[in-house]
Design a protein around this ligand. Structure first.
Ligand code: IMP
Length: 487
């Protein structure tokens, strides 16, 4: 268990900002640590998702790819459970399976092996990008090794919710049954949909799911399942299910590739920018998050290793950024965090920061910053750098409250463990830190314009988590961004 007092004393008593009042002297992208590849960066959610990763990827793409018109944006996990909004001119574009980098021309966007793909929702999303951007600016490649997450999986997930407590917070996108198929060793991969005999393979899958859903007392054909566009529709009988997939298959075929050789060759050329875009967050990891309300994919940087079949090791990525909301944490689902805020402050933040789910529209829970938990997440995932979003969500009359440790059931100091039962038994202990006027910080883009209290807080948080700040955001506009990254 970490004692954060030393960092507190350094920042708040000795005024040591650890250099965060100026840009980094060395660009870690061009001068990476030994063993890491230049021009490589990965972005993960550092808490419980919805930290604004898409926005950061957008910024990084602009810097690394914008002028060169070449590069790779690689999404390594999750599926249609993710959601973020990209502003294109006057219009808002909601992305779920397609990474944010898809709006940059010249980029190769890869939907990697670690993802689960819903063909119908993916096509709807591609159509939306085309409607706004004219054509798909990027080259989109869906790895044939990615796993299919179909309406059958959504139906099983819905029915399971009535039996088992664990997945009740799930998004209804069939994520856990699709990943469970991998562990059961009978997944349907994208290549099964592309195969000549796809009809036989999907027919057998439909039969299996008829038995699974039926065994739990449900009716597969009649089970309503969520859609990206429009309301829920029933899965339908086998003929209807196959006919729908047949149409989607034809439309998706041009996007389906074996990406292994491409990634191997492009990674070998250090001049090619690589941006890894994660979905969800470490707090939703099945082994490290608040089990059981976790997702089923591998949202940490380590997921990149599995998704690329070991071509890319975590330590070879020059910059591994954990993204956090600066002054609070949001969470959507059924998990109970030890640092939940009192309803009045939570309500104020929820409205000011518009904390409603992008995929499910659910109001998000709002919690105080939990240092034992967030430090565990940063360390276990191997984060090197930090992105702090929502620096404008701070109130001059309300201190920033951070949890420094827990007390266990016996009143002894305790740290984070990835288990809801354990977390229910601890009590968060807090320290209040000086706040600033978020409204005055809104749209600030120069480090010099940040108030002293904000600088100290950032220095404290970075020190407590053991990472270096790289970006901060001060509002929804693209320009409302502070960069510690030089250049
Ligand atoms: P699933 O990923 O749909 O199985 O959902 C499992 C848990 O992860 C639920 O509590 C969801 O609310 C949460 N979750 C999944 N995706 C996201 C996300 O992109 N942001 C925030 N929470 C998510």
């Amino acid at each position: 268990m970490t004692n954060f007092s030393e960092v507190y004393e350094a920042v708040y008593q000795r005024g040591d900002l650890g250099g965060i009042d100026r840009r980094l002297a060395v660009n870690p992208l061009t001068n990476p640590p030994a063993g890491a590849r230049p021009n490589s960066i990965a972005v993960e959610g550092g808490a419980f998702g919805d930290e604004g990763k898409g926005r950061v990827v957008d910024e990084v793409c602009g810097r690394m790819i914008g002028v060169r018109h070449q590069g790779v944006v690689y999404r390594w996990n999750g599926g249609a459970n993710a959601g973020h909004t990209v502003i294109v001119g006057e219009r808002r574009l909601a992305l779920h399976q397609v990474p944010s980098g898809a709006l940059f021309s010249g980029v190769t966007v890869v939907l990697g092996k670690g993802m689960v793909i819903h063909p119908g929702d993916l096509l709807a999303e591609i159509a939306e990008v085309r409607a706004i951007a004219g054509e798909l600016p990027a080259t989109l490649q869906v790895d044939e090794m990615a796993v299919l997450a179909l309406d059958t999986h959504r139906a099983l997930e819905n029915v399971l919710k009535t039996w088992a407590e664990g997945g009740r917070g799930a998004t209804g996108r069939g994520i856990s049954p699709a990943y469970a198929d991998v562990l059961f060793r009978h997944p349907l991969r994208v290549r099964d949909l592309a195969a000549e005999d796809w009809r036989d393979r999907l027919s057998r899958h439909y039969d299996l799911y008829t038995a699974l859903v039926g065994g739990l007392g449900g009716d597969l054909a009649g089970q309503p399942v969520a859609r990206l566009v429009g309301g829920p529709i029933p899965v339908g009988g086998k003929a209807e299910f196959l006919a729908r997939l047949g149409e989607q298959r034809a439309a998706l075929l041009p996007f389906i590739h074996s990406v292994y050789g491409l990634i191997r060759d492009l990674w070998a050329d250090p001049a090619v920018p690589f941006i890894f875009e994660g979905a969800q967050a470490v707090g939703l990891d099945p082994r490290f998050g608040v089990y059981p309300d976790v997702t089923s994919s591998d949202p940490t940087f380590h997921g990149i290793v599995a998704s690329t079949e070991g071509l890319i090791q975590t330590g070879a990525i020059a910059v591994r950024m954990a993204t956090l909301k600066a002054t609070y944490t949001s969470s959507v689902g059924t998990r109970r965090l030890p640092t939940m805020m009192a309803p009045d402050l939570a309500g104020r933040i929820r409205e000011d920061a518009h904390e409603y789910g992008a995929t499910t529209k659910r109001p998000r829970d709002i919690a105080h910053i939990d240092l034992p938990c967030l430090r565990f997440f940063a360390q276990v995932s191997g984060a090197t750098h930090l992105v702090l979003t929502h620096l404008d969500i701070a109130y001059p009359d309300v201190p920033v409250r951070v949890c420094t440790h827990y007390l266990d059931a016996q009143g002894r100091p305790a740290g984070y463990r990835p288990d809801q039962v354990y977390l229910d038994s601890v009590q968060a202990q807090y320290r209040d830190l000086p706040s600033w006027d978020g409204a005055a910080v809104c749209n600030v883009s120069r480090l010099d314009d940040l108030p002293d209290a904000a600088l100290r807080y950032i220095a404290f948080l970075a020190g407590a988590l053991g990472v270096t700040p790289l970006f901060g955001t001060t509002g929804p506009a693209r320009e409302a961004l502070i960069a510690w990254l030089p250049g």
